[in-house]
Ligand binder design. Structure first.
Ligand code: F6P
Length: 479
């Protein structure tokens, strides 16, 4: 048994950049935490609450060095990041190199060798923390682009465990991926896993193509064969597992009297517009917020939507505020919103209600219920859970979803009005179509959407991933 195996370990160890809580210490040194925002946390919370597991991740602030602590039956194991790690690993390599590269280079990725050094160093720290927690023969489930070297590092430390990796964001085509100076090391990092999961079949196919081009390993369909000294050592499977939300819980939340009442109040507070459009995104250049607002502004200018009777609520939650591209995006969006409100607003009515804030789930559910048309116009998105939340909230079978074809969700959410967000005229037509959609068609589409979202929730996603991980032949299966 390898020496790093703990005496009593956890059967399931999740490794993600962030812990499911944001941790902070007060002036008196007292530790407080609150549930952290974001898709992964929403996705994993119900999975972890049903398992005796550990979660390895960063607490969200620099220089936090805390002992592991338990929340809702899960051991949370904080990985400390110093200020330089935050700058070079998180803001730098993760969010200014990999993020733009993996999202079709919408913004130019920056390649800095010092950031790559930090990425390697921090990935090793996460791998060591996971290796110290997992039980003999247990499972380590690594999440996302910040930690692509972790599967291989964990395998080196703990060859007895099964390793799964899930990639939450797009995996780019070969021609884009190969721009990365450290492309081979990243691929080898991922191939340390037994199962590499992606959002879409296209992402998995891109990965397999990259493996074929950058390594001399053989691939057959979804399976890569790892050989050593000419002998088959193990197999790695690359396959799609589209993520979902806790749709039942969201549906229930949106049915509560408090949320229903709040939805009415929101419309009233907005002056009872005839049409309420809604956008909900992290303020990120991948989300197509500028394209959407531009299309809306033109519809108002052309009189195709009435500026007096229409409101667009745009929730843009603050994100990665130290990364230049995000600072610039904020300026651009706010200038655009100001211009539209200046040109088309009236005393007491602004056609765009822009909220640079995050809101609790209850408020989000009420906004979804209040909205006639939901606009999800990402230029590229791994999945987009907002689209699924909107559908889960609409137990009244009303409302229309305008959805970018460049989201993972578009592969599943038949019933949405699909758009190419780069095509502003096409998007204007789609928004107009959704606004004027007759009730029968809207209900038919929404019922179809709800069958998918409620029929495949995040619990099904994790069950399917973990079952597929157990099914990959492993050396411990042979004694
Ligand atoms: O979509 C990828 C992701 O890392 C999510 O897991 C997360 O919710 C979101 O981006 C925001 O990430 P962060 O605030 O950690 O940079």
């Amino acid at each position: 048994m390898p020496s790093a195996v703990p005496r009593t370990g956890y059967d399931l160890v999740v490794v993600a950049n962030r812990l499911p809580v944001d941790v902070s210490t007060g002036d008196d040194g007292e530790v407080t935490w609150s549930r952290s925002p974001g898709g992964l946390v929403t996705a994993m919370a119900p999975v972890m609450s049903g398992a005796q597991g550990a979660w390895v991740g960063w607490g969200g602030s620099p220089d936090l060095d805390l002992d592991p602590f338990e929340v809702d039956g899960t051991l949370l194991v904080p990985v400390p990041l110093c200020a330089d790690d935050v700058e070079s690993f998180y803001e730098g390599f993760s969010n200014d190199t990999l993020w733009p590269l993996y999202h079709d280079v919408i913004s130019a990725p920056a390649f800095h060798r010092a950031w790559w050094e930090a990425y390697q160093r921090v990935n090793l720290r996460f791998a060591e923390a996971a290796a110290a927690q997992v039980a003999h023969g247990g499972t380590v489930w690594v999440h996302d682009y910040q930690l692509q070297l972790v599967p291989r590092l964990v395998r080196e430390l703990r060859p007895d465990v099964r390793i799964g990796y899930f990639h939450h964001i797009p995996f780019p085509p070969l021609e884009i991926f190969t721009q990365l100076p450290w492309r081979r090391q990243v691929v080898e990092g991922l191939l340390g896993a037994d199962l590499v999961g992606f959002q879409r079949a296209g992402d998995a196919a891109n990965f397999v193509r990259v493996v074929r081009r950058l390594t001399d390993l053989t691939t057959r369909g979804q399976v890569v064969t790892i050989t050593r000294h000419g002998k088959v050592e193990r197999h790695v499977r690359a396959a799609p597992f589209p993520i979902s939300i806790d749709s039942g819980a969201f549906d229930e939340l949106a049915r509560t009297d408090a949320v229903q009442q709040r939805a009415h109040d929101i419309r009233r507070e907005l002056g009872d517009p005839r049409t309420l459009l809604l956008g909900v995104d992290r303020l990120d250049y991948t989300k197509g917020i500028r394209h959407r607002i531009k299309a809306y502004g033109e519809l108002l200018a052309e009189g195709r939507l009435s500026a007096q009777e229409t409101t667009l609520v745009q929730v843009a939650s603050p994100s990665r505020e130290n990364v230049d591209a995000y600072v610039q995006l904020r300026d651009e969006v706010e200038q655009l919103v100001g211009r539209i409100n200046g040109d088309h607003g009236q005393v007491g009515h602004a056609p765009v209600q822009y909220l640079h804030q995050s809101f609790p789930m209850e408020e989000m559910a009420a906004l979804y219920l209040a909205a006639d048309v939901m606009l999800v116009t990402a230029l590229r998105d791994g999945m987009n859970l907002v689209a699924k939340e909107y559908v889960a909230a609409r137990s009244d079978d009303r409302g229309a979803l305008v959805l970018s074809e460049f989201t993972g969700a578009a592969d599943e959410l038949h019933g949405a009005v699909l758009v190419n967000p780069h095509d502003i005229d096409g998007m204007k037509d789609a928004i107009t179509y959704a606004v004027h959609m007759d009730d029968r068609e809207a209900r038919k589409r929404m019922r179809r959407l709800r069958r998918r979202v409620l029929g495949h929730d995040v619990a099904a996603w994790s069950r399917e991933f973990l079952a597929a991980l157990q099914a990959v032949p492993h050396r411990s299966d042979h004694g």
